[in-house]
Ligand binder design. Structure first.
Ligand SMILES: [Zn+2]
Length: 149
């Protein structure tokens, strides 16, 4: 029996998914493909400035996995910048989440608002519980997912 694909939590879906260098003829244009989970790793680590451990927790993956995704993402972006390649963002083993639901008090928490200021760990802002379950986005289909112990 095949193992199910490993899912990574992604809070941010990019609106712009294709970047092209200016002044390069289309026939000469090469492309690198950045996956959505790789972009999320860059965003959490390099834009939000999280430690790798926190970022890994936010994506629901082991730190070693996060590190691998991050290294791959940086390598692709650098390759595009150095060699003038286009970047297309698509695919990847990810699941988009809109926030989290507190398993103890039922509070619905928006993306980016569940981090404890002191420890950096995800906690419920209402009751302080660490038992948060990621919630899938979209009206009427709030599927709960396990993660974030
Ligand atoms: Zn709570």
């Amino acid at each position: 029996m095949p193992r199910p694909p490993i899912r990574r939590y992604v809070e941010h879906l990019p609106h712009i998914t294709h970047f092209k260098p200016a002044g390069v003829p289309l026939r000469d244009l090469q492309e690198v493909e950045l996956t959505v989970d790789e972009l999320e790793a860059l965003r959490l680590k390099d834009l939000e400035g999280l430690e790798q451990e926190e970022a890994a927790e936010r994506m629901g993956v082991a730190r070693t996995t996060f590190r691998r995704v991050l290294v791959s993402a940086r390598s692709k972006v650098t390759e595009a910048l150095v060699h003038g390649k286009a970047i297309r963002i698509q695919g990847g083993p990810f699941v988009h989440i809109a926030g989290a639901l507190c398993a103890d008090c039922g509070e619905q928490i928006d993306t980016g608002h569940w981090r404890d200021l002191h420890t950096g760990s995800p906690v419920c802002p209402r009751c302080g519980s660490p038992r948060l379950e990621p919630v899938a986005p979209g009206p009427g289909r709030h599927r709960r997912r396990r993660g974030w112990q």
